[in-house]
Design a protein around this ligand. Structure first.
Ligand code: GDP
Length: 364
């Protein structure tokens, strides 16, 4: 599965956001730094209105959304790369995630201490990014030193690693994150294996005050500008409201959202933004028993998409019977789509499209 790490300075609302996401009290919010010491891990269903529509047409007994994992990574402070706060342990946790949700404090509240005694989310973002850049520099130096012996032996893999590490190092030394290095297609795999912290895509989560979750505020506007300039994305939420909503029943939550003037829960937007950030897509399997969503990386071929369900589906792949989502809806289901000639037989080289309704045929 895909993993998003929730990071940010202490007291910005990470645990509150995580709690709301996972609807548990496991990651207890408290008004002091370092309250969440172990990384908390939670699995979250990815909201997708298409799945409900498909299930309604097929009268599926069960609806099973696809899932994304969130990890609450607390303890990142100024000096973390030098072992301050809970330092290196947290950097190691960030190394393992596919993308970073960076929570920024955009709410004013005198009762909630800010570690720097001021509300300035853009400066906070820089503080964290600087720590991640320093940590990358340190690990690059160590890794390059370890490669010296292999380089003498003319090891091709070591040469590639060292060349890429050097490019990252130069970018970082110029004060910029490693994600700005332009990497050729043939280096892409080795590059991602380096697992540098500042190559992870970032989604800024602006945690605004309770009455500001529709329009945002001056702080979230500043973050939006920063994110746009960096080519990163952002979402606006009120972590506190989201936590309240997460404790309501579905119908109560819908009423609450309407009263607040919100089209959908901020958390749904956050989850979907993460999905987009990771360039993930969804295909569906639909039948009377269940309607289910599956996650694939954009650009996945049919056999590998089948492999997400089960390894045997990939190994013994014969073909996929495929109906595009729009056709499935327009033809009111599978038999209608079949009659209209909208069910296609696709082979091993078929690039699965977002929303495809798939049925795999395979040898056992
Ligand atoms: P973390 O250290 O980043 O995980 O922050 P927490 O989620 O533990 O939140 C720290 C404190 O800020 C807690 O007392 C929360 O109740 C409070 N808090 C979090 N989000 C908001 C918010 O949107 N508005 C206000 N006023 N307080 C918040």
């Amino acid at each position: 599965g895909f993993k998003m790490g929730i990071v940010g300075l202490p007291n910005v609302g990470k645990s509150t956001t995580f709690n709301a996401l996972t609807k548990t009290a496991a990651a207890q919010a408290a008004n002091f730094p370092f309250c969440t010491i172990e990384p908390n891990v939670g699995d979250v269903g990815v909201p997708d209105a298409r799945l409900d529509k498909l299930a309604a047409i097929a009268t599926s007994k069960q609806i099973i959304p696809t899932r994304m994992t969130f990890v609450d990574i607390a303890g990142l402070v100024k000096g973390a790369s030098k072992g301050e706060g809970l330092g290196n342990q947290f950097l190691a946790n960030i190394r393992e995630v596919d993308a970073i949700a960076h929570v920024l404090r955009c709410f004013e509240d005198k009762d909630v201490t800010h570690v720097e005694d001021r509300i300035d989310p853009v400066a906070d973002a820089e503080t964290i990014e600087t720590e991640l850049m320093l940590a990358d520099l340190e690990s690059i130096e160590k890794r390059r030193a370890n490669l010296v012996r292999k380089l003498k032996g003319n090891d091709k893999e070591a040469q590639q690693q060292d060349r890429l590490l050097q490019e990252a190092q130069e970018m970082l030394e110029s004060g910029k994150p490693a994600r700005l290095v332009e990497v050729d297609a043939e280096d892409a795999k080795a590059w991602s294996m380096l697992q540098l912290l500042t190559t992870k895509p970032v989604l800024y989560v602006c945690n605004v005050g309770e009455s500001e979750s529709v329009e945002g505020n001056e702080h979230s506007k500043a973050v939006a500008e920063m994110a746009a300039a960096q080519g990163n994305s952002h979402v606006i939420i009120s972590a506190q409201i989201e936590e309240e909503i997460s404790q309501l029943e579905a119908d109560e939550a819908a009423m609450f959202l309407e009263e607040m003037g919100l089209a959908e829960a901020g958390l749904d937007r956050l989850i979907r933004a993460g999905y987009e950030l990771l360039q993930l897509e969804t295909y569906f399997t639909v039948g009377p028993k269940e309607a289910r969503a599956w996650t694939i990386k954009k650009g996945t071929l049919a056999p590998q998409a089948a492999g997400v369900i089960h390894g045997d589906f990939e190994k013994g792949f014969i073909r996929a019977e495929t109906i595009a989502y729009d056709d499935y809806i327009a033809c009111n289901g599978e038999s209608g789509a079949k009659e209209a000639g909208k069910m296609r037989a696709e082979g091993k080289s078929y690039l699965v499209q977002d929303g495809d309704v798939m049925h795999f045929l395979f040898n056992t």
